[in-house]
Ligand binder design. Structure first.
Ligand SMILES: NC(=O)c1ccc[n+]([C@@H]2O[C@H](COP(=O)([O-])OP(=O)(O)OC[C@H]3O[C@@H](n4cnc5c(N)ncnc54)[C@H](OP(=O)(O)O)[C@@H]3O)[C@@H](O)[C@H]2O)c1
Length: 266
């Protein structure tokens, strides 16, 4: 396509610039006004006790959302809830979401599925017990959570975020079991999107590469490699992308985000 960009800054250049790039000069309020507000929205985040889930919960709370934090380690969740209160928002710790949750909240605006297990190993040696645990945590557990939450999400034309992994797109040696669960997770997201888009519900899958979290610190230790978190992506980087996508106007839906460390430590 031919693009006639004037070569110098004169009246013609100014005219061309304002016709093509006028949005650049708009004051910040003019662009943020069209973003959806998360203020007082109810956000349920699984895996919120650590790493990426915790960063997402804090990021949503910083935008005014009320965060329902789900994981097993209650003391860590209580700590995240305290950080959320310090941001001026509300955070609640849950180990499960039973009838009480449904009675207390009535609707959900955002569901972030971030908890899960990971084990690596070549097929010849990998443990079937690990495979079963990953299936239960990374596939069945999320599936069940969506089933419980869907009626509450429908009430608010909510949004669902699947924190997947680059392993949900490509499989490498010794990651077959984990990768299989992430491919299944991706299929569930894609299928669900087709089922619920017409009701105004958006579904986003995020495929992060290696991110500096306690999980990765442990993995590096196991692999006997020096852990250099500053060379990896940060959990806050992922959280920022998620929050921004959730705030986009309803004229758009971000379906898939691939995000990876700019530098590589491996
Ligand atoms: N870090 C990365 O490089 C990276 C890259 C791609 C994708 N991800 C994805 O991001 C998600 C969070 O990982 P992270 O790196 O932030 O790890 P993390 O800091 O270790 O956090 C893992 C979270 O998952 C929960 N969890 C652990 N085992 C679980 C199980 N069996 N069932 C349910 N929940 C469990 C933990 O909560 P409790 O132990 O308190 O229950 C914790 O909140 C994972 O789903 C992972 O696949 C991470």
């Amino acid at each position: 396509m031919e693009c006639n960009v004037p070569s110098q800054r004169d009246a013609e250049w100014d005219q061309w610039y304002s016709a093509n790039y006028s949005f650049v000069d708009k004051p910040a309020e003019a662009t943020t006004q069209i973003m959806e507000s998360l203020k007082d929205q109810i956000a349920v985040v699984t895996g919120a006790s650590s790493g990426i889930g915790k960063a997402i919960a804090l990021s949503l709370a910083a935008q005014g959302a009320e965060a329902c934090l789900v994981a097993r380690r209650r003391e860590l969740l209580e700590d995240v809830a305290k950080q959320i209160h310090a941001l001026g928002s509300r955070g609640h710790a849950f180990r499960g979401l039973g009838d009480r949750f449904q009675k207390d909240f009535g609707h959900v605006n955002v569901l972030v599925l971030c908890g899960g297990a990971i084990f690596h190993g070549p097929l010849e040696k990998a443990s079937l017990a690990d495979f079963d645990l990953m299936y239960r945590s990374n596939v069945r557990g999320h599936y069940f959570m969506i089933q419980i939450m869907l009626p509450l999400l429908r009430k608010s034309q909510g949004q669902i975020v699947f924190i997947n992994s680059s392993a949900g797109l490509r499989s490498a040696a010794a990651t077959g079991q984990f990768s299989a669960t992430q491919h299944a997770f991706r299929s569930i997201a894609d299928s669900l999107r087709d089922e619920v888009n017409a009701d105004g519900i958006r579904v986003l899958s995020v495929y992060p590469g290696r991110t500096a979290t306690p999980r990765i610190a442990k993995l590096f230790e196991k692999e006997g490699r020096a852990y250099q978190p500053d060379l990896l992506m940060q959990a806050e980087d992922v959280a920022e992308m998620v929050t921004h996508s959730l705030r986009l106007p309803r004229t758009a839906e971000v379906t898939d985000i691939t995000i990876r460390p700019m530098q590589k430590s491996y």
